[in-house]
Structures are given as C-alpha cells and as structure tokens.
Design a protein. Structure first.
Lengths: 123, 593
C-alpha cells in the first residue's frame, strides 16, 4: 500500500496524537498540529495527501483554515472531523470543496475506506 | 337541506357544557363558560324584556286610570240624574200639598166630599197618591179621603206625630204602617187665623218612585236603590239586601253634592258607588240614593282586551327568551370553539417548543460529549490496534474482549449523539413530486422478507383520488420507515398491518398506518414523541425514533397524531400538504435551532 502523508489538525492534543498513532500503525505517515496557522504553514512546505481538519481551533476557525488552504492548493482533499459541526458549517465547508464532513467519534475503518477512495482517485 | 338543518341544530348544542380535555384547561382564556352563558342570557333577557314590561305596566295603568275615571263619570252622571228625578218626585208632591193648603181654606179641607174630590184631582194631576187627610194640632184626624177608614184616629201619642210638630214640611221614611204596604208620608203644616195649626197629610205609593229609579238602571250589573240615613234599605236592591233590611254596605258620609267613590263590597268585589243625600227645596228627606256598579262586570270588554294583551305579551316574552337563549348559545359556542382552537394551538405550540428546547439541549450535550467520546474511541482503538496489529499482546484475549466492550459502548454513544444531532439539525428540504404508492412500496421492500417469515399481512390501500404530492421524498421515506418498523416490532406473528392514504379536504392527504398489535396505555400517548421515551427493554431502543419522526413530519409542514388502545393496536395518522412550499418550510422550520 502506498504511504500517505496525512496532516491531523486538532486542538484536542491527545485525540490528535492517538489518531495519528492508529493511522501510522495502518501504514500512514501522520503529521499533527494543534493550530490552524501552523497547519497552513506545514501544507505550504510539505506534500500532504489528506488533511483531517477540526473546526474549533484556538487561533482561526476551521472554515477559515480551509479557505486559506484553497487559496494556493485546490486539490488536496480535506476531511472535516468535528464534534461541534453545525449545518451551516457543513454547507460552508462543502461549498469550499471539503471532501467529507464527519462527526466525532470517527470510525477508523471508515477513515481507511475514504483514504482508499482518495488513493484510487489520485492513482 | 336536512344536513344544513342538522348543522344549525348542532351549532346550538351546548358544546361548552363539558370541557374538551383536562390538559387544555390552562390554555383557556375563560374558565366558566356555563356562567358566561347564564349571565349572558340573564342580561340580554333583562335588557330586552325590561322595556316591554315597563311599557306594558305603564299602558295598563293608563288604561286602568282612564277606565276608572270613565266609570266614575258615568256612575256620577247616573246618580246625578236619578237624584234629580227622586227630588223632583217628592218636591212636586210637596208643592202640590203646599199649594192646596194655601189655596183652600180649612173648612173646605175638612169637608170629606171636598177632600175626596181634591184627592181625585191630585191623583189625576200627579199620580202616586193613596190617601189624603187633615190632622188637627192635637193629633186628631179630622178628615180623611182614601181607601181606609181612619177618621177620628188619634195620633197625639205617636212618636212620628210628636216629631212632625217641629217642621212645617215633612217627608217620612218608607214604612209599612197600619196598612202593611210600603209607603211614604208627606205632610204640610198650615196655620189658621186663631193661631192653631193643622196638618195636610198625603200618603204616596212607592211603585212610582221604584219605577223612576229602575229607569236609571243601565245594564244588569248596576244597582240603584234608596236607603235611609240609618242604612235601612227603602227600595228593592239587587245585591245589597231586601227592603227594610240593613244595607250590606256602610252608610256614606254626608255630602250636599252627588259623590262617587271606589270601594270593596261585602263580597270582596270592587265596586263604584255613586250616592246623593236627597233634599228638596222645601224640606229635607231621610233618603240617600245609592247607585252601585260592579267594576269587574262594567269593564268586561277591557278585561277581555287585557287578557288578549297578556297572551300577546306572554308570547312575545317567550319568543324573546328563546331568541336570547339561541343567540347566547350560538355566541358562547363560537367563543368557546375559538378559545378551544386557541388552547389547542397553544398546547401544540408548547409541546413543539418543549421538543425544540429539548432538541437544543440534546444537541448541546451531544456536541460536548462527542470530543471526549472521540478521545475514548481513539485511545481504546489504539490499544486494540496494539493487540491486533502488533502481535506481541494478541494472546491476552480477555483484555481484547474488554476493549471491544469499550469500543462497542462508544459506538452506541456515537449513535445516540448522532441521532440527537440529527433530531436537532436543520436540514434542507428538497421538494419534489412524489407518488405515495411508490414511496410506500419502497419502504415495504425492507420488510417483505420479515412479513413473509412472520406471516404478517400487510395491506396497502391508496384511494384513487390521492394525487402526487410535492414534498421531500427522503424525509417522507424515513418517516414511513420509522413507523413501519415500529409497527412490525409491535405486532405478533400472524397479525395485520394496514397502510391507507386518502384525500383530506382540498389540499391535504392523510396517511394512516395501523396495526392490531399490543397497543399502548393511554398515559404513554402524550409522551411518545418526547425524546428518550421508550417502552422497549433497556438497550433495545434509544427513544429517539418517534421524536425524529415527529420532527421530520413538522419539517414537511405536516402533523402526526396517534390513537392506541392496549391489546387492540395502534394507528398513526400523518397529514401532509399536497403542495409544500420550500420557503414556507424554511420559515416555519425552527426546530432544533
């Protein structure tokens, strides 16, 4: 299986770390950051195949992070993983080209299925 | 026609008499409709009847006064005329006697032949005289002309003679005397040149006087008679005693004029009494003329008219009361129905608000729980990964089993929070034209196998006049699926499930899903749409299925209600608009936000 570079952006540090470890165990290469601005910086520097983005971040809101990402990168799939998402957020994110909008807790198998889909699409 | 009549009758039924439902009581504006109805009828009836009664009473009094004054006038006129006649009768005869004693000297008067001639002439001229006699100042009857033999009779010791000495002219009571016939004596005193006096006395028959009085009797209820000043009846009376008996009425007070009074007689009858003390220009008399009329008999025509008026007024009062009662009943019914509709709307609104606020709370809780839940999920998942992926821990089966329990519990929590958010979240409504038959068939596909296996008969009956409706197909499908799921869970093997659809008025359709399963107790009916209310065993149901269904039906601008009886079955009725408008749906859909 191809090794995917994933970026997990979530202010719940332990959640982000744990999810990263689980995905790493499944052959992914996960970067973790806890701030929106930091995520944008990482994306500028490194090739990332998939971003898992939380909405409630301490510095900027998730939708704004997505907007900033889309300014220079229209292709990288972004999956919103949130515990607080509203319908308005969902619509806004989908409008800006989010790949999926998921509510916590997220099943690891579900995530792996999406990852496989993305792999097929980019292949 | 009959239908309309029934409708009118129905609208006059006292619909407010029994309150519709206890749970609506707090939302009613007015509490006691029976009291409002009673007060309304009383006030309207008083307002309508009071003027009628007052006018009728005033009219009666005016008529009564007018009739009374007319009766008094008529009675007074009769009494006055009769008085003149009686006075004239006596005065004429007294004058004849006075003329006689002045014109004819004593010797001629005491000559029996001459006296008899004189009597004959007086009878011819005036009539009503029985005899004529001359009595000396010492009381000896000197001459007599008449049918009896009374010459030489001495009256000096008799009381009447002594009484006579005081007067120059005299009129006696009517009395029987020696001859035992009612008669009146009139007498004139004359003085002779030697200073002595004599008396010319005449006896009058009473028939002429009685005839004169009778001629004034108008109608059979009038009674005219003479009485003397001590109340002894002098001429025959119809109602107040026989001649020479004491009159059954009190003797009236003296008056020189003709008087009329209203009184009550010994029979408790209302009477009008006209009376006059008879007095001639020459001499006073002992007679009182009495003219008595019984009022009730005299005003018979008026009483008959009054009876008709009474019937008419009574009928009018009855009509007014009926109209007032009908008006009040109609108005209070309308008021009650409006109030009831308002109460129902408020109760529904409150339930809706309650569900909405519960939804908001649930959404808040779900959001907050999701983050720690996600952490538990990932941590437990990671531990499991260590077992599954990294083989060094795989031998500890018990630990792995327990981790699976944690993950299973997290999944269940996730389902609940997901459903809570689904209940509270505001979805877009996608309106499209939907064929109910197709939607129901699609839903039943999920249960075909189960129905076959459990021998449950499913009957679908869509009325031919049900059109295709504009609504959100997905949501309608979810609603039907939830209800059919519930029905399948409620029925035993071999039971029935019926799905009907029919047109409801012009712009609505109703879908009925009924089963003959276990049903629900009445106390549960009001709670079944509340979140987390479930009758299933612990762990079997989340208690959100019907809440979500309720929310979805509301989003479709519809209504859902339930009828259920324990051991008989349950029926859910969904009413949906045929044409659902998107904007309306968005505006009205405040559920969960």
């Amino acid at each position: 299986m191809k090794q995917y570079n994933l970026l997990i952006v979530d202010d719940e540090q332990r959640f982000a770390d744990m999810l990263a470890r689980r995905l790493n165990l499944r052959g992914c290469n996960c970067d973790v950051c806890y701030r929106g601005r930091e995520a944008v910086k990482i994306l500028k520097k490194k090739k990332i195949h998939l971003v898992l983005l939380d909405l409630h971040l301490p510095d900027i809101y998730g939708t704004e992070v997505l907007t900033r990402i889309r300014k220079y990168d229209e292709r990288t799939p972004v999956i919103i993983v949130t515990g607080h998402g509203t319908e308005k957020d969902r619509r806004e994110c989908m409008r800006q080209g989010a790949y999926a909008f998921m509510h916590k807790p997220v099943g690891i198998d579900e995530l792996m299925t999406i990852l496989a889909e993305i792999g097929e699409m980019s292949a | 026609m009959i239908g309309r009549f029934r409708k009118v009758l129905g609208s006059l039924r006292l619909q407010f008499y029994h309150r519709a439902s206890e749970h609506l009581n707090p939302y009613f504006t007015f509490t006691d409709y029976r009291k409002i109805w009673g007060i309304g009828i009383f006030l309207l009836a008083v307002t309508a009847l009071l003027p009628l009664m007052v006018v009728t009473i005033i009219y009666y009094q005016l008529i009564q006064k007018s009739v009374d004054s007319e009766l008094i006038l008529r009675t007074e006129r009769v009494a006055s005329n009769a008085r003149r006649a009686v006075t004239f009768f006596l005065e004429e005869r007294l004058n004849a006697l006075r003329f006689t004693v002045n014109e004819i000297d004593y010797d001629q008067l005491t000559n029996p032949n001459h006296l008899a001639e004189l009597l004959r002439n007086l009878k011819l001229g005036f009539g009503g005289l029985t005899d004529l006699s001359v009595i000396s100042h010492s009381g000896i009857q000197i001459a007599y002309a008449g049918p009896f033999k009374l010459e030489g009779k001495n009256y000096s010791k008799q009381a009447w003679f002594i009484e006579w000495q005081k007067y120059n002219f005299y009129v006696s009571d009517i009395f029987r005397g020696y001859r035992d016939l009612p008669h009146i004596i009139i007498a004139v005193k004359s003085f002779r040149p030697d200073g002595t006096h004599f008396i010319l006395r005449a006896t009058l028959e009473t028939e002429r006087l009685i005839q004169t009085l009778s001629s004034y009797e108008t109608g059979e209820h009038a009674d005219i008679f003479l009485t003397n000043r001590s109340g002894t009846i002098q001429t025959p009376s119809k109602y107040y005693g026989d001649i020479f008996e004491k009159m059954a009425l009190p003797v009236p007070d003296f008056s020189s004029r003709t008087e009329t009074i209203m009184a009550i007689d010994d029979q408790r009858l209302s009477i009008i009494t006209g009376y006059a003390f008879i007095s001639t220009q020459i001499a006073d008399t002992p007679f009182i003329l009495m003219v008595i009329k019984q009022k009730a008999k005299m005003i018979g025509v008026w009483l008959e008219l009054r009876s008709k008026i009474n019937w008419f007024v009574g009928f009018a009062i009855m009509i007014i009361i009926i109209v007032v009662a009908i008006t009040c009943t109609y108005m209070v019914n309308k008021l009650y129905l409006a109030d009831k509709a308002k109460a129902e709307a408020m109760a529904a609104m409150e339930q809706s608000c309650q569900l909405a606020s519960i939804g908001q709370l649930a959404a808040g809780v779900a959001h907050e729980i999701n983050n720690p839940l996600a952490l538990i999920n990932e941590t437990a998942g990671y531990v499991k990964d260590l077992f599954v992926i990294k083989k060094q821990y795989s031998k500890d089966d018990e630990l792995l089993e327990n981790i699976d329990y944690i993950l299973e519990a997290v999944e269940r929590c996730g389902t609940i929070t997901g459903q809570l958010l689904g209940f509270a979240r505001k979805f877009d409504v996608k309106i499209q034209r939907v064929n109910l038959n197709e939607v129901i068939s699609d839903v039943l596909v999920f249960h075909n196998k189960e129905a076959e296996y459990r021998n449950v008969s499913v009957v679908v009956d869509i009325s031919k006049d049900v059109p295709e409706i504009d609504t959100d197909r997905g949501k309608l499908q979810q609603v039907l699926l939830n209800l059919v799921n519930n029905a399948f869970q409620a029925v035993d093997d071999g039971c029935n499930l019926a799905i009907n659809a029919a047109l409801e008025g012009r712009d609505k359709v109703s879908i009925t899903i009924s089963d003959n399963g276990c049903g629900m107790p009445e106390e549960n009916l009001s709670k079944i749409f509340e979140p987390f209310f479930t009758t299933k065993e612990r762990g079997q149901g989340t208690g959100l299925g019907l809440t979500i269904t309720y929310g979805l039906v509301k989003k479709l601008n519809g209504n859902i209600s339930v009828i259920s009886k324990e051991m008989e079955g349950t029926t859910f009725i969904i009413t949906l608009p045929i044409r659902m408008h998107e904007e309306l749906s968005k505006n009205e859909n405040s559920f969960g936000r």
